[in-house]
Design a protein around this ligand. Structure first.
Ligand code: CTP
Ligand code: CA
Length: 229
């Protein structure tokens, strides 16, 4: 298989990765979405495959070339992403790098909403999307042994990320500052903090490819430690 290395540290493992934004339709023409290039998620898939894993990459709409040796599942909405993740289980590792839209429009219009001088701007009624990470991290027989979430924050990065580690029952949270001045959104580099039950590890700024490689190597070590413990 292209991209897979025999004898790699993730040989025999299945890794699920979510990536990109989700698009939540308003009408046939319009949607709600988060900003996300999908670069970090695609780099994670590449790194996991290079380390020998079987990789399922579940991605929202992005314009990136497909990593070699990876099974790619293209979805649009959060609901579709959740179904695709469930269908891909079981897995040893699940990494939730997607920027999932937190809300969807309650009633999707089947026809294009027209501008109207009479009614003015429409009001959108929103409803919360399922929290995919939270659902998959719930204890149970299908829970992947290592569940890794991302926390993209614009302020109080560590505090918010630590709260997410607990509330979502993730094993690790990769926190990053995505305020516009950081250049992370859409850029090639990332500066992240790895948050685990034992504390915070701040990594220096590096390429998204290097972040991915380091994270997947750490994940492999963690699985190995758990198995031999
Ligand atoms: N996530 C998810 N499904 C959602 C929302 C978030 O799987 N519906 C995942 C993201 O992929 C990420 C983690 O949860 O790994 C944290 O996402 P984030 O948007 O930072 O957290 P939220 O809980 O949505 O909180 P908020 O947006 O209010 O900061
Ligand atoms: Ca969110």
């Amino acid at each position: 298989e292209a991209g897979a290395s025999r004898g790699g540290v993730l040989e025999g493992r299945h890794v699920i990765i979510t990536s990109g934004p989700t698009h939540e339709p308003i009408d046939p023409i319009r949607y709600l979405a988060n900003r996300s290039s999908g670069k970090q998620g695609f780099e994670l898939a590449t790194a996991a495959a290079e380390l020998g894993a079987r990789v399922t990459l579940i991605t929202g709409p992005v314009s990136l070339s497909e990593p070699a040796g990876v099974e790619i599942v293209r979805i649009k909405t959060a609901a579709e992403m959740l179904e695709a993740v469930k269908a891909a289980l079981p897995a040893d590792i699940a990494v939730f790098a997607a920027a999932v839209a937190d809300w969807r429009v309650e009633t999707i219009q089947t026809e294009k909403i027209k501008k109207s001088e009479k009614t003015g701007a429409p009001t959108l009624s929103l409803t919360e999307n399922p929290d995919i990470l939270k659902m998959i991290a719930r204890p149970g027989p299908e829970r992947p042994r290592l569940v890794i979430g991302f926390a993209a924050e614009t302020q109080n990065v560590l505090t918010h990320a630590q709260a997410k580690l607990k509330s979502k029952r993730a094993d690790w949270i990769v926190a990053n500052d995505v305020s516009p001045s950081s250049g992370v959104m859409g850029g090639e580099n990332n500066t992240v903090h790895l948050i685990t039950a034992s504390g915070v590890e701040s990594w220096p700024e590096m390429s998204k490819a290097k972040v991915a490689r380091k994270l997947m190597e750490r994940a492999a070590e963690q699985l190995h430690a758990k198995r031999t413990a």
